[in-house]
Unconditional design. Structure first.
Length: 265
């Protein structure tokens, strides 16, 4: 169970001031309560408590229920969750529409740089969540755990999932190829890497070390093709080493396959 400091930090992350978070928590502990009682319980200065309570009341998070003296009650946590979710969804949608109106033509083949482990993983989850036909991904065990739910959700939407790893992997949806090398052993030689290809149109490629993650996202066809070819090579070699027929999976990854047997002298 989260302590009060953690709760205050979470509330501040979504836009509350420290005093508003403290006053709300103070009300939850014992209500109805006067401003004086909330100040004493929460640590909010008495000189500020009534302005803070009025702010909570105006935002729908508290309500005055008695007079002489005025006493307040807090919005229950489940109703607070619903209220904040609705408000944030509405504001985010309004922001997107406003930004769309300002956005000029964008060169879609640009390389977008993403830095930081959390940012890279968030971007990967978002891309998987918007996939329509095919997700092909080369990754390590730790990142497979992080992205597993997103991959499962994608498959449930009818998206085909193909994964490859040098390391041991958790159970993943779709077709999965893994050499089962212990991640701790491989870390002695290489950094964690991620190649994520969405619908053969976008590629997210980079390192996913927790202390130094950096990736690029692009629609540049040449780079996307290189990422696909890397996956094809890895899976082809895996099939040869393990005596598996991977031709059907390889065909699904590529939109164009040259008839090499016919072309070679």
């Amino acid at each position: 169970m989260a302590g009060e400091r953690a709760i205050i930090a979470l509330m501040k992350d979504i836009g509350f001031t420290g005093n508003e978070a403290k006053a709300y928590i103070g009300l939850l502990k014992q209500q109805p309560a006067t401003g004086y009682e909330v100040a004493a319980r929460s640590g909010v200065p008495r000189s500020a408590i009534y302005n803070v309570l009025k702010k909570l009341e105006s935002n729908g998070l508290a309500n005055a229920v008695h007079h002489k003296p005025t006493r307040y009650v807090a919005l229950p946590p489940d109703q607070l969750h619903t209220l904040m979710k609705e408000r944030f969804t509405s504001r985010i949608n309004d922001l997107k529409e406003a930004l769309d109106d300002l956005t000029g033509p964008v060169e879609t083949e640009l390389l977008w740089q993403i830095q930081g482990y959390r940012s890279v993983m968030d971007k990967a989850r978002g891309l998987i969540g918007r996939s329509k036909e095919l997700v092909s991904i080369a990754l390590w065990a730790r990142e497979a755990e992080v992205l597993r739910d997103a991959l499962i959700e994608a498959e449930e939407r009818g998206v085909r999932v193909v994964s490859f790893s040098l390391t041991e992997l958790p159970e993943l949806p779709g077709v999965s190829y893994a050499y089962q090398v212990a991640e701790s052993e491989l870390e002695k030689h290489w950094p964690h890497k991620l190649i994520l290809i969405i619908d053969r149109e976008q590629a997210l490629v980079g390192h996913t070390d927790t202390h130094a993650s950096r990736a690029v996202l692009t629609r540049e066809p040449a780079i996307v093709d290189m990422a696909i070819n890397n996956m094809v090579l890895d899976i082809t070699l895996y099939g040869q080493r393990k005596g598996l027929d991977t031709s059907e999976v390889i065909a699904s990854l590529q939109t164009r396959m040259a008839p090499m047997d016919d072309l070679m002298p």
